[in-house]
Design a protein around this ligand. Structure first.
Ligand SMILES: Cc1cc2nc3c(=O)[nH]c(=O)nc-3n(C[C@H](O)[C@H](O)[C@H](O)COP(=O)(O)O)c2cc1C
Length: 230
């Protein structure tokens, strides 16, 4: 399965098998996370952690993301690790973003983790994904908008709207839901990076080349992630 197909079937996996993964598989996942290009000029450091090194998760493996503690850093972590999330689920493995978990060894630059491992949970049919109607996030019905619609977010608040321009797609912060004030500072920015990854995968699936991925400010002053493509 390719990454674009994985967008349709991925879901948050909450039960993992106890059988360890082949070390080469784990090494390949860590390697992928380490060499995935972040948002332009916004580096992401990734480290592997087992369940004994993490609070708030009993999953067998975790990728911890460390970034600058600002909007662009948060979004960059989402952009990098969502590529890994899709890759894992394309391979039949399970994964789960957990904002409430973190490393026992505290680091001030820790941003978010992605739990992963083998799972018996089956893929989810796209129609089963609980998401806003497309016209709530986009004024254009388009494969890129449909891919963004399926992106995971903090408490499924889907804090984005999509703007299309010539050779560019912009994911603009749109706070939503009863927890919007709590989520706006950090989780929503991670979620915008995640949504931008879905847009990038959809653009590449259409044959485009993504030439830039940048944290920026929309015309109305809101935080945004912009993809340039040709
Ligand atoms: C940045 C981020 C943080 C999240 N944190 C948690 C969490 O702390 N606990 C949890 O159970 N799920 C967490 N989730 C999972 C979301 O609740 C889930 O992605 C959303 O409800 C959509 O469901 P789906 O991933 O199955 O499509 C998080 C997701 C994201 C993207």
């Amino acid at each position: 399965m390719d990454l674009h197909a994985a967008i349709s079937i991925r879901h948050s996996v909450r039960s993992f098998d106890s059988t360890p993964l082949d070390p080469a598989t784990v090494a390949a996942i860590v390697d992928l996370a380490g060499r995935t290009a972040p948002l332009d000029g916004r580096p992401v450091e990734v480290a592997l952690a087992g369940p004994d090194q993490v609070k708030g998760s009993s999953a067998p493996y975790h990728l911890l993301a460390f970034t600058a503690q600002d909007d662009a850093g948060f979004a960059s972590a989402g952009y990098v690790l969502q590529l890994v999330d899709l890759t894992l689920q394309a391979q039949g493995l399970g994964s789960h973003w957990i904002g409430l978990a973190g490393p026992k060894a505290k680091r001030p630059d820790f941003t978010i983790l992605l739990a992963f491992g083998p799972t018996g949970e089956p893929p989810r049919a796209e129609a089963e994904a609980s998401r806003l109607a497309l016209d709530r996030i986009s004024n254009q019905d388009d494969p890129v908008a449909r891919a963004v619609r399926l992106a995971p977010s903090g408490v499924n608040d889907q804090p984005w709207r999509i703007e299309f321009a010539a050779g560019a797609v912009r994911l603009v912060h749109q706070p939503r839901g009863p927890m919007s004030l709590v989520l706006a500072k950090k989780m929503d920015k991670i979620s915008l990076g995640i949504a931008a990854r879905h847009a990038a995968v959809a653009l590449e699936h259409q044959g485009h080349q993504v030439t830039g991925a940048t944290a920026t400010t929309a015309a109305d002053g809101r935080f945004a992630v912009e993809l340039a493509y040709r």
